[in-house]
Design a protein around this ligand. Structure first.
Ligand code: CAA
Ligand code: NAD
Length: 294
């Protein structure tokens, strides 16, 4: 693996300056992780409260590092200063890589990424943190699809090692190498996977979550299911996991994967996750989902 990473580091372009689009659960975590590893990040969102949340997440993560003795307070201040927040794309012409982490909606991603190409250099690698949408589908309106690649991080970003790097049919080998090398520089374990709805991990995770909602529809108590899966040895049960991921995100991912593999996934139409989405209980980010976090 180390050899492979070295090859990608040789063949990719080094990322010295980066940006994330979307300061939410994932964008905030990616920005923090990149800055911690020495790559300054511009964080862009469409609303100031969202940027404030992203910066608050960085502060929380830095406090966690300082408290555990992993980071000196002066270093923490320097890391914090290397994360800047903005509502426009000023300065995007100096970036080596932009990671998009906005809503899991094909039309919105296409529109935002096509516009982004106008603010970035011809050689800037643009990566999407999409959970499930095909890279080729998102790339369809792009002028420079060779620079576009998937970089799928996992939640919570600071502690989850895996990054799926997704090669679209028009992605250049150099863009793949840049994404692999940048993920490795962030301390992650990148793997290159083929394009297709859900890539690798979410093709496994989605049927599992569907089985969970089926169990609840059949009358199981979600807390008991969580306790059972924890005792089974998994780090968290499926209900708590949905609270961490975000019910809205989970529902979007489910729809994309169910549409991608209709012969393999039979959706449970009236399910607990959709009921929570309808009431605005999206999970930890809104203060409540299956559980309360107030
Ligand atoms: N942010 C940063 N660090 C965190 C954290 C967070 N939100 N939560 C926990 N940690 C850190 C703790 O500080 C601790 O670090 P140290 O040991 O260095 O002190 C370490 O993680 C372990 O924490 P805990 O002992 O408190 O809790 P834990 O043993 O349950 O581990 C966990 C936490 C690593 C998150 C673990 O519960 C886990 O692996 N959960 C599964 C998460 C998962 O499956 N994520 C994937 C979601 S799906 C997805 O992301 C894809 C998609 O497209 C939707
Ligand atoms: P989120 O709802 O927490 O955050 C999304 C952010 O994007 C919000 O702050 C929103 O204001 C912002 N945004 C929306 N439109 C924008 C635009 N045009 N420009 C800039 N910012 C914009 O969502 P999230 O959970 O961080 O998910 C983001 C992406 O990451 C999705 O594609 C999702 O599928 C993927 N993902 C999520 C998880 C997870 O566990 N939550 C894991 C891996 C991948």
């Amino acid at each position: 693996v180390k050899k492979l990473h070295k090859r990608h580091a040789r063949e990719g372009r080094p990322v010295a300056r980066a940006a994330v689009l979307g300061a939410g659960t994932m964008g905030g975590g990616i920005a923090f992780t990149s800055a911690l590893r020495g790559v300054p990040v511009r964080m862009k969102d469409i609303a100031q409260p969202a940027l404030d949340l992203g910066l608050a997440e960085a502060d929380k993560q830095l406090a966690r590092q300082v408290k555990s003795g992993r980071l000196q307070p002066e270093k923490a201040q320097a890391v914090r200063a290397s994360i800047t927040a903005q509502l426009d794309e000023a300065g995007f012409g100096e970036l080596d890589c932009v990671i998009e982490a906005i809503v899991e909606n094909l039309e919105v991603k296409r529109r935002v990424l096509a516009a982004l190409e106008g603010s970035t250099r011809a050689d800037t690698v643009i990566a999407s943190n999409t959970s499930s949408l095909r890279i080729d589908d998102i790339a369809q309106p792009l002028a420079r699809p060779e620079n576009f690649v998937g970089m799928h991080f996992f939640n919570p970003v600071p502690v989850m090692p895996l990054v799926e790097v997704i090669r679209g049919s028009r992605t250049s080998p150099q863009a793949v190498s840049t994404a692999v090398a940048y993920a490795a520089a962030m301390g992650k374990v990148p793997i290159v996977v083929q394009d297709g709805p859900g890539f690798l991990v979410n093709r496994i995770l989605t049927p599992y979550v569907n089985a969970f909602v089926q169990l609840v529809a059949d009358g199981a108590d979600f807390e008991q299911v969580d306790r059972a899966m924890e005792a089974f040895g998994w780090p968290m049960g499926p209900a708590y996991l949905q609270d961490v991921v975000g019910m809205d995100v989970g529902a979007h991912v489910f729809d994309v994967i169910a549409a991608g593999y209709p012969e393999r996934i039979r959706p449970v139409e009236r399910n607990a996750i959709r009921a929570l989405v309808a009431t605005g209980r999206f999970g930890q980010k809104t203060g409540g989902g299956f559980y309360d976090y107030q």
